[in-house]
Design a protein around this ligand. Structure first.
Ligand SMILES: Nc1ncnc2c1ncn2[C@@H]1O[C@H](COP(=O)(O)OP(=O)(O)OP(=O)(O)O)[C@@H](O)[C@H]1O
Ligand SMILES: [Mg+2]
Length: 503
């Protein structure tokens, strides 16, 4: 029996960025009709590998093979013309263009843009949205779309031409369960049609559900390429991190102290209503719910990014001036946002400056923000969070996606807050570091920090929270103590299905 030939392959590819050897002699073959997972820790080289496949990076050595023949793509457009569709880790939409325009952008030479058949573009886009089972108007501008919706548009863009190879860099990181399920069914259809799919995710359950084979990378080197059948999650983790992983949810018991954050009857018309809760020192309180339940919006109103229409927020007994993040920070509140690109980081600025950006600590103590101090503090956090970088003076934008996420965390933890709100703290973070972030949150709580954790990761909610608050459609609908919180009880409250069953 003849083995089918790979559609696309890398042979002994190396790629360095200055002193960083992002890929070393890596080979990978993508066969028609397979979904192939690419796994590895943050900074292992996954995104670099796909950029080498897609013509964004030219390998320093080694070859890219298309249908067995060496090719040199001179940019993403070349790869696309060869039938390779790529969904990058960070959405790359043009905010001022509509969804439909973004999808067809660059498929036509720029000068003919004006001559595109607008109706056809509109209708094709509507068709793609139906195929993905989402309700997004083709004419809507990309500006203001949620991360999940931006990702959907990227996926639609990739599907809009007949790709033989579909490459997806953490496409599900911001998607809801339903959206992920729909994406998977589209992927399975493509696979059945003979396409090759390369799939990157830090969610191991997704890898096992969707993929047939897996390639693992560690520090830029290939560790294995093998079928998933017969592998356990532990096997996979061991290949990725090179050691046994201890407890993923190292929750310590902490002495619960005074109320640090008190939110009463907070309301934003049309968004959320009458939200009241408290978080005490030493506690980790999870805010659970479906995507769109209003959790991020509550966090932003508490922090003052958005102005609430009614209600009150107190930190350590002091009422916060509404709509003022500066006042919130001065009172000891910190918010780690979910979207690091939009709110978290200044990409061109160095790692150490980004961490020092909220250098309010020193300012409060009357001192000058000194570079040396900033550097030491950044170095300190880099160790605590196992940041993978070359020099702290490098721009944050060159870090891998997960490492950028760690810088956002470091930046806020460096302000030594008394209340920390974290919105999806481990999204895009690899398993090893995830355990590290959990350990950090737990030990900070043990030192007296009050933590409010928004998370869509149910095992994380169950594993880390002392109490679970559940939101549904803009209201707080349940509060579960640690003992009563299971994936079932949280989901039942989040969806409202439990009530119907009980009635
Ligand atoms: N343009 C660049 N300039 C300098 N260094 C880079 C650049 N792109 C990537 N790197 C470095 O190469 C290494 C691999 O990064 P890559 O983005 O491929 O990791 P990754 O496996 O995708 O990680 P993550 O899971 O965090 O997304 C990292 O050390 C990163 O800092
Ligand atoms: Mg990446």
């Amino acid at each position: 029996m003849n083995e089918p030939a790979p559609i696309l392959a890398l042979k002994d590819v190396s790629k360095s960025f200055g002193a960083v050897r992002a890929l070393q002699d890596v080979s990978l073959s993508l066969y028609p009709g397979e979904v192939h997972a690419l796994a590895g820790e943050n900074g292992a080289g996954k995104s670099t590998l796909i950029k080498a496949l897609a013509g964004v990076h030219r390998p320093d050595s080694g070859q890219v093979l298309l249908d067995g023949r060496p090719v040199a793509f001179h940019g993403p457009a070349d790869a696309r013309d060869a039938g390779i569709a790529v969904i990058y880790q960070e959405p790359t939409l043009f905010p001022d263009l509509s969804i439909a325009e973004n999808i067809f952008m660059g498929r036509q030479p720029r000068r003919t843009l004006g001559r595109i058949d607008r109706r056809a573009v509109h209708e094709t886009t509507a068709g793609l949205m139906r195929r993905l089972g989402v309700d997004l108007a083709p004419d809507r501008p990309a500006r203001g779309l949620s991360i999940a919706d931006q990702q959907i548009v990227e996926i639609a863009k990739a599907l809009s031409f007949d790709a033989r190879v579909l490459i997806m860099d953490e496409p599900t990181a911001a998607l809801t369960g339903d959206e992920t399920a729909r994406l998977f069914s589209v992927v399975r259809t493509l696979r059945a049609e003979g396409a090759a799919v390369l799939f990157i995710s830090h969610r191991l359950d997704e890898i096992f559900e969707l993929c047939g084979r897996v390639t693992t990378l560690r520090d830029g080197r290939r560790i294995s390429s093998e079928p998933l059948a017969g592998l356990t999650e532990d096997d996979l983790v061991r290949r990725m991190v090179g050691r046994e992983l201890d407890d993923l949810y190292p929750k310590q018991d902490a002495a619960v102290g005074a109320v640090a954050l008190s939110v009463s009857r907070l309301t934003r018309e049309g968004v959320f209503r009458d939200v009241s809760f408290e978080v005490r020192r030493g506690e980790i309180v999870a805010l659970a719910g479906l995507v769109g339940a209003g959790r991020t919006e509550v966090a932003q109103a508490v922090f003052g990014v958005d102005r609430a229409d009614a209600g009150e927020v107190k930190v350590d007994g002091t009422v916060l001036r509404p709509g003022s993040p500066t006042a919130a920070m001065a009172a000891g509140l910190a918010l780690v946002p979910e979207d690091r690109r939009q709110r978290g980081l200044v990409m061109e600025m160095s790692i150490e400056r980004n961490i020092g950006l909220t250098g309010l600590g020193e300012v409060r103590r009357g001192g000058l923000v000194r570079r040396a101090l900033e550097h030491d503090r950044a170095a300190d956090w880099a160790v605590r969070l196992q940041l993978k970088y070359n020099r702290l003076a490098d721009a944050v934008g060159v870090l891998s996606g997960g490492n950028q996420q760690k810088v956002v965390l470091a930046k806020w933890l460096a302000t030594e807050p008394s209340v920390l709100i974290v919105d999806e703290p481990t999204r895009g973070i690899d398993v090893g570091t995830k355990a590290e972030v959990h350990r950090l949150l737990s030990s900070l709580a043990a030192e007296g920090l009050a933590v409010l954790m928004i998370s869509s990761d149910l095992p994380e909610v169950i594993g880390m929270a002392d109490r679970v608050l559940v939101m549904r459609e803009g209201r707080l609908v349940a509060e579960l103590p640690r003992e009563g919180a299971t994936e079932e009880t949280v989901m039942a409250a989040a969806t409202g299905l439990g009530e119907r069953a009980a009635a």
